[in-house]
Design a protein around this ligand. Structure first.
Ligand code: TRP
Length: 346
């Protein structure tokens, strides 16, 4: 991506801000992650201290039946990060499960939320339905917003770039922060602000509202040239646009939604849209352009990924160094929290 592209949601300029964000390692990252978070992180790392967490412990809260999947995707996600240009000398990348202090904080914070409050979290409610948990909700899943509050506050992060579905987690985090600080009569924890990108969600190639690996409608960041080509062929456009001369519709047209997200040449894109709406422009022309844009964007990402893949040991070492650095900070906050709660005896 060109460097002149500003993150779609720019926080108040302040180098004091610290960013904490993360992903559940449940599969390879795709274009939806790229639009919604990855490409902004590449920019943020020049402006802020940025901590990026691979949330393997949180991923287990709804994948306890398949821990191997979570384990194997930790390195895959790290490869995706490096491939898109997240630079470990600027951003600290770390693995959640290797910082026991995060679990420890979660346990204390658990007493600062009620079950009723957890039940009201709209994202959790939705996710429970989506995952068909019905009455068999894992307690760990139900309480993951508390663990997320631990992740954020352990680093005293003030900016948390997340998709709009995560806003309730930020609200709950700030409630915990206020309750804790009031309880101990000290301002130990910091409130944070969600940074929600303008294009927060990319539809799947099939036109469904969300691109997701489990729906099989995604284009992965590591996709081969042939996979990109096949995916573009299947991109949902305008079902009413039957003949080239028919006027086409842009709304819900995934080819144009993707072009809006990734094509840098806005002027000629606008001309193409006008032509499409007027009639006389076939879908194949639009798809040709989309394929060219995606191949241009994804080829260097795939090539960088392949380079890093050759040296997995080095990637693991990078994660180890990042995790050690992150743990120092989390341990310091945990010490303060424990002292304030009277949990320091020696
Ligand atoms: N729940 C987040 C997601 O599914 C991942 C996550 C875990 C996270 N801990 C976090 C994001 C802390 C931001 C901050 O995308």
């Amino acid at each position: 991506m060109s460097d002149d592209k500003k993150p779609s949601s720019t926080p108040t300029e302040n180098t004091q801000h610290l960013i904490l964000t993360g992903d559940r390692p449940t599969g390879p990252l795709h274009l939806g992650h790229f639009v919604g978070s990855l490409r902004n992180r590449v920019l943020y790392q020049h402006q802020y201290q940025q901590y990026i967490m691979i949330a393997d412990a949180q991923a287990l809260t709804d994948n306890m039946d398949d821990p191997a999947k979570v384990h194997n995707n930790v390195l895959e996600v790290a490869l995706d990060y490096l491939a898109v240009g997240i630079d470990p000398s600027k951003s600290t990348i770390f693995i959640q499960s290797q910082i026991p202090e995060l679990t420890e904080l979660t346990y204390y914070y658990m007493n600062l939320v009620t079950v009723a409050r957890l039940e009201r979290n709209p994202t959790i409610k939705q996710e429970i339905v989506l995952r068909n948990f019905e009455r068999d909700i894992p307690a760990g899943f139900f309480t993951y917003p508390v663990s997320q509050a631990a992740d954020i506050t352990a680093f005293k992060a003030t900016l948390v770039p997340v998709g709009d579905d995560q806003i309730p987690m930020i609200e709950q985090t700030n409630e915990i922060v206020r309750r804790f600080n009031r309880l101990v009569k000290q301002d130990i924890l910091l409130e944070c602000e969600a940074l929600v990108p303008e294009i927060g969600r990319l539809p799947g190639i099939d036109g469904k509202a969300k691109m997701s690996k489990s729906l099989g409608n995604s284009i992965n960041l590591g996709a081969s040239a042939a996979e990109i080509k096949a995916a573009v062929k299947n991109v949902y456009t305008d079902p009413l646009h039957l003949r080239v001369e028919d006027p086409g519709h842009l709304e819900g047209n995934v080819a144009f939604i993707y072009l809006d997200a990734f094509d840098q040449d806005k002027i000629s894109l606008q001309e193409m849209k006008d032509h499409y709406v007027r009639g006389g422009l076939g879908d194949s022309k639009v798809k040709q352009r989309l394929e060219a844009v995606l191949q241009d964007m994804l080829t260097p990402i795939r090539e960088r990924r392949q380079e890093y893949e050759k040296d997995r040991a080095q990637v693991l070492q990078m994660l180890k160094v990042g995790t050690e650095r992150a743990r120092e900070i989390a341990a310091k906050t945990t010490d303060e929290v424990k002292a304030a709660l009277g949990l320091k005896h020696f």
